[in-house]
Design a protein around this ligand. Structure first.
Ligand code: SOE
Length: 384
């Protein structure tokens, strides 16, 4: 259970889902008040899942006071004011709209929705509710990514011209890797284009600005995979890998590539930004570092160099360890929850909000349309 510093208020949390993301979010609620001065302090009231034995066990292991097996029941609880949706993509819209209608604050895992229509319904519900909403795009809250944002904003790179991003993994390389919910259109939406691509689009929107138009290509290399039960195979109904070009509203141009079928790449989320006066590059597998190059350093000692982003002056780092002591993947969720709690205190939804999630969905949707039309597609000037 989270300990509450005496002088701070509490907020009851109900979390749906207890697998990869559920575990990451649980850890964040447990840790946040121990390292940051948040107010309110999260109280881990209930974990929610359908399988009673499994959710009971997960609640105990992850530090929740109790559990619920029925989502409606979770929403009825007056000791829960914040709902965290870390379940599969096809549940996001229904769960988020119901939570907002019940007057709760909502944190929703990415991608916000499985379709543009769902994302719009979620934004409308959020506007009606007036509570705080946020999409969990945790990579915005890597200290090195925050530093990149600051350098762009300060004009250290000059006019931004190029964005180049990939998110490559290898978990689908094995043709015997099971047909999970992420590989079926009805549950996984646009598949890896949304699962991995939404992270890149969110980062591009954050660091460069709105994407105006796109043109994409995509492929499914392994069309049949064993069902999780193991006794039969089923069809993969999403594109397994995708790439697209983009033009930003500010005139920059960009490339994006996502694939979970790349030998040797584990979590190779990499982006590079090139401006008229400098460049920066980030790789998630070396997440405590930011590569920078500044033209004004001149040719004699200039060149790409590495900033180790662990100084107390760097974003979020004052909460952690002395300089040089690196942080990891799980910390990005602690930072997300910290900013969410600050937002709840201020009565303002922290970015990325559901509206940002809708803008991101509009890009994914435009890429999918471009695959059918085999041409450039506008993201729609104002999807929000
Ligand atoms: C699987 O591709 C996955 O777990 C994504 O769903 C996450 O969003 C990404 O951060 C890591 O990879």
């Amino acid at each position: 259970m989270t300990e509450r510093p005496m002088d701070r208020a509490e907020i009851g949390v109900g979390l749906v889902g207890y697998r990869f993301m559920g575990r990451a979010h649980s850890n964040a609620y447990r840790q946040v008040a121990r390292f940051f001065d948040v107010d309110p302090v999260p109280r881990m009231v209930a974990l929610c899942g359908r399988n009673e034995a499994a959710v009971r066990d997960a609640a105990r292991r992850l530090g929740w006071e109790g559990y619920e097996t029925n989502y409606e029941r979770l929403l009825e609880r007056e000791d829960v004011q914040l709902i965290d949706i870390s379940s599969a993509g096809d549940t996001h819209c229904e769960f988020a709209v119901a939570a907002l209608e019940a007057g709760k604050h909502v944190l929703c895992e990415k991608p916000l929705a499985n379709s543009l229509d769902e994302a719009r319904r979620m934004v409308e519900a959020a506007r009606r509710a007036g509570t705080v909403n946020m999409v969990c795009h945790n990579y915005r809250r890597v200290p090195a990514v925050r530093l990149a944002k600051r350098l762009v904003k300060e004009g250290r790179l000059g006019e931004i011209r190029h964005w180049r991003a990939v998110y490559l993994q290898d978990w689908l390389l094995d043709p015997e890797a099971p047909l999970t919910w992420r590989l079926r259109r009805e549950t996984g939406g646009a598949g890896p284009l949304a699962d991995l691509g939404s992270h890149l689009v969110d980062l591009a929107h954050y660091l460069v600005g709105p994407i105006a138009e796109v043109i994409g290509t995509a492929e499914t290399f392994v069309r049949e995979r064993p069902l999780p039960s193991g006794d039969r195979t089923g069809e993969v109904t999403v594109n397994e890998a995708a790439a697209f070009l983009a033009r930003f509203e500010n005139g920059a141009i960009g490339t994006f590539e996502v694939s979970p079928l790349v030998p040797g790449r584990k979590a190779h989320e990499y982006f590079e930004i090139n401006g008229s006066r400098g460049s920066i590059a980030f790789d998630l597998e070396r997440m405590n570092e930011l590569q920078v190059y500044f033209e004004d350093e001149g040719p004699y000692t200039g060149g790409f160099r590495r900033i180790l982003v662990t100084e107390p002056e760097h974003p979020y780092m004052e909460g952690w360890w002395p300089p040089g002591h690196t942080i990891g993947y799980e910390h990005t969720f602690v930072h997300t929850v910290k900013d969410l709690l600050d937002g709840i205190r201020a009565g303002e939804s922290p970015a990325p909000t559901f509206e940002d999630g809708l803008r991101c969905q509009a890009v994914i949707d435009a890429v999918e349309r471009s695959l059918g039309e085999r041409g450039w597609v506008s993201t729609g000037r104002n999807p929000v």
